[in-house]
Design a protein around this ligand. Structure first.
Ligand code: B16
Ligand code: MG
Length: 217
């Protein structure tokens, strides 16, 4: 039986996928690295340095560890410039209601975000208090699609992975959810999220009743 729902943050709850994308685009432009929509899609859900490695795949030369660190910090500065100004208006449509409905159904609510900015962002959006457990991205060793982050969220909630539902906007995130032994709801374009059991255009279309089996009702 379903006992918990674990949400991704960027692109599911917060309208930040576009902000991350714009920050990477700016960095790519300034450093003369190629960037297109397919690279943008691959960066979704991948942690900062993992994203940079993807960006540098097409670089004409090798970058030192110091250079990489500086590039990652620069991208993060561009990103934080934007989210400093965020408030509840930057919640995606239906996000607050979906989280509230999960709580009202008596289920636990977790967050599995690869972002080190997640705690700041949740505060700004005014929803931090709605989560029973938030995975600290700084304590995760392996990036999505590795299952570590969703497994850590389930463990923190005290719920078996098989009793959790994961919600993600990134293909890497859906893969992480499946590797953790959970069912996945994809948020976005079906073409980019073909592996998810259910794909919804946004959380406005999320009905927790659809995921609670009828024998228990
Ligand atoms: P930061 P999520 C991910 O968050 C984003 O999708 C991804 O684009 C970003 O690179 C990653 O967080 C790391 O973010 O640089 O803020 O630590 O989708 O897992 O909530
Ligand atoms: Mg995401």
């Amino acid at each position: 039986a379903l006992q918990a729902v674990i949400f991704d943050l960027d692109g599911v709850i917060a309208d930040t996928a576009v902000v991350h994308d714009a920050a990477w685009r700016r960095l790519a432009q300034e450093t003369g690295l190629p960037f297109d929509a397919s690279i943008g899609e691959r960066l979704k859900g991948v942690d900062r340095m993992g994203s940079l490695d993807i960006l540098l795949e097409r670089a004409g030369r090798a970058y030192s560890a110091e250079e990489k660190l500086a590039l990652g910090e620069r991208k993060n500065d561009y990103y934080r410039e934007q989210i400093q100004r965020f408030g509840p208006d930057q919640l995606l449509p239906g996000a607050r209601a979906a989280i509230a409905a999960v709580r009202a159904a008596g289920l636990k609510v977790g967050l599995a975000s690869a972002s080190r900015n997640a705690p700041l962002l949740l505060e700004r959006l005014g929803v931090a208090h709605l989560f029973d457990y938030i995975v600290d991205a700084a304590h995760i060793q392996r990036s999505k699609p590795d299952p570590e982050i969703f497994l850590a969220a389930a463990a923190g909630l005290g719920v078996a992975p098989a009793a959790c539902l994961g919600v993600e906007d990134a293909a890497a995130g859906v893969a992480s959810i499946h590797a953790a032994g959970m069912a996945a709801v994809g948020i976005g374009q079906p073409s980019a999220l073909a592996q998810a059991e259910t794909v919804l255009p946004g959380l406005s279309a999320f009905r927790i009743e659809d995921f609670i089996s009828s024998e228990e009702a």
